[in-house]
Design a protein around this ligand. Structure first.
Ligand SMILES: NC(=O)C1=CN([C@@H]2O[C@H](COP(=O)(O)OP(=O)(O)OC[C@H]3O[C@@H](n4cnc5c(N)ncnc54)[C@H](O)[C@@H]3O)[C@@H](O)[C@H]2O)C=CC1
Ligand SMILES: O=C(O)CCC(=O)N[C@@H](CCC(=O)O)C(=O)O
Length: 486
């Protein structure tokens, strides 16, 4: 039973699907996709449930959401293990993903009040009241790299605001979605308030194009996000929130602590095997002795990175990539950069046939004239040596994306110079550029998003403002408008 529609677990009526542990190919989930008719049933259930869910009031909805949080807390080890099995990420890392899912509840409650709360004020014309109402029925599309935390970051604020949801997870991580939905069910969510439809692109298309949706919240690739944006053109009444990829730059300037800089670079480029939208893809290092020393240290430290299975007793820093196809895709990306004139400093290697295990790679692309503006979604760092800070910033900004960017430099003046000129939604100084905080807005500019930041600002796209002028009874104004007599 793989679909959860109107409070019931149902078998999919579409084609066969399966997911497995990408570090050893072992199958861990199988089922069938939802057909368009099942997507239709899910949207109808969400529509039927929506008004009552809204009318439960914030406190009523919160009770259920808090029960879900308590269940997450009780089951956090299980959720972390399922995420690890299905994505290949190491257990230490998926424990932080489960913790982020739990933390999302408190943050979303706080954001609900701060970003969309209710206010009243007396104005010369009477009492002005600002309230927020849910959009209605929304679809949530999730990516595979954070199959728990990122859909949760849309679902929790959407439900708190009073929307009902149809969730379409990545086809690569159906089991995480199923286990999460079981917790929602156990938390006592009324039938139809969340519906789960599993499937691939056809299921996604059937859902995204459904005329009864009031909104769609998407986290995934820039390619799919752009398709959805085109599909939503001409529908100004529907809310579309797109969280997409990046080709993120990290610039190193003068830093005294080389070891700390190397640590921040590795955490920026190779965490989650490079499968974070915030990962640094391009690293700008100054020419000269200090830059040479940093690069030598980075190369050595990268060669020492432990790669392994999610449950290895000696935990690896990097687990498996999501699939063998993704691993092969990274080898091809490296080959492409080499053919354009890049010089390999550490070779990214596919470690074992039939798995997504790869070692991290570093490639010097300084002499590549036209660097492809691509998001290579894996552990491959492109290094560019620069001699002029302005030139480094110009190159860093030379991308259609604009998600995250960072500067490692001991001078605050350098940071302020960089901050004023760099174009990205997340700009860090002497900190890794991955691991963004849920208590801040999270989103990018350019091809990375559509100005609907998520995380703390997710509350904004989950509700619309309603402005009211109110009075207990009708009354005549002190003076009538010219030309009126009553
Ligand atoms: N900015 C952000 O917050 C984040 C962005 N990402 C980005 O996500 C990507 C990795 O995730 P993926 O799962 O590969 O993304 P994806 O775009 O392949 O898939 C995302 C979701 O869209 C669905 N989908 C795919 N094609 C569709 C279509 N034509 N119509 C409707 N639905 C469709 C998929 O089934 C899945 O549920 C990377 O590019 C990464 O940068 C990942 C995490 C966070
Ligand atoms: O949504 C939040 O609570 C904060 C955003 C976040 O968790 N970002 C992570 C993951 C992004 C990704 O999937 O690549 C990060 O910045 O590392």
């Amino acid at each position: 039973m793989t679909q959860f529609i109107n409070g019931k677990w149902l078998a999919g009526e579409g084609h066969a699907m399966a997911s497995g542990n990408p570090a050893n190919g072992e199958q861990i989930w199988q089922g069938q996709s939802a057909t368009p008719a099942q997507v239709e049933a899910a949207v109808t259930a969400a529509r039927d449930a929506q008004f009552d869910w809204f009318m439960l009031g914030f406190e009523g909805r919160l009770k259920v959401v808090e029960a879900y949080r308590d269940l997450l807390q009780e089951n956090k080890d299980h959720i972390a293990e399922v995420i690890a099995q299905e994505t290949g990420k190491p257990r230490w890392e998926t424990a932080t993903e489960a913790a982020a899912m739990i933390g999302k509840i408190g943050l979303s409650v706080s954001a609900f009040h701060k970003r969309t709360g209710e206010t009243e004020s007396e104005t010369p014309a009477g009492k002005a009241v600002l309230r927020h109402k849910p959009h209605g029925v929304v679809a949530v599309f999730g990516p595979y790299n954070f199959p728990g935390h990122l859909p949760n970051g849309h679902i929790v604020p959407a439900l708190l605001a009073g929307n009902t949801v149809i969730f379409k997870p990545s086809e690569l991580t159906p089991k995480v979605a199923e286990e999460t939905l079981k917790l929602w069910e156990k938390a006592g969510l009324p039938a139809g308030v969340i519906n789960l439809v599993q499937g691939e692109v056809e299921t996604g298309k059937a859902l995204a194009s459904h005329p009864q949706l009031d909104g769609l919240f998407f986290t995934g690739s820039s390619r799919t996000g752009h398709l959805l944006h085109q599909q939503y053109a001409g529908h100004p009444g529907k809310i579309l929130a797109l969280e997409m990829g990046g080709n993120n730059p990290l610039i190193v300037r003068d830093v005294a602590d080389t070891k700390a800089a190397v640590h921040d670079i590795i955490q920026s480029g190779f965490i989650s095997s490079g499968q974070r939208c915030t990962c640094a893809r391009r690293l700008y290092i100054p020419v000269g002795e200090a830059g040479d020393l940093l690069l030598t240290n980075l190369v050595e430290a990268t060669k020492q990175i432990r790669v392994g299975a999610w449950n290895d007793e000696q935990q690896p820093f990097m687990g498996s990539m999501i699939s063998e196809a993704a691993a092969k895709g990274m080898v091809s990306a490296q080959d492409n950069l080499l053919s354009l004139g890049g010089k390999s400093l550490v070779e990214l290697k596919h470690l074992k046939a039939g798995t997504g295990l790869v070692s991290p790679g570093i490639i010097d692309v300084t002499s590549v004239a036209e660097l492809p503006d691509e998001e290579y979604f894996g552990p491959l760092m492109q290094v560019v040596r620069y001699s002029d800070f302005d030139e480094a910033i110009r190159l860093a900004n030379n991308t259609k994306y604009g998600l995250s960017a960072g500067l490692l430099a001991d001078s605050r003046d350098d940071y302020e110079y960089f901050l004023a000129r760099i174009r990205a939604g997340i700009v860090n100084w002497n900190k890794q550029i991955t691991g963004a905080s849920g208590s801040a807005p999270f989103g990018g500019v350019g091809a990375s998003g559509n100005h609907r930041a998520s995380a703390f600002y997710a509350a904004d796209y989950c509700a619309y403002p309603v402005a009211s002028m109110e009075s207990d009874s009708v009354s005549l104004p002190a003076a009538l408008s010219p030309g009126l007599s009553l």
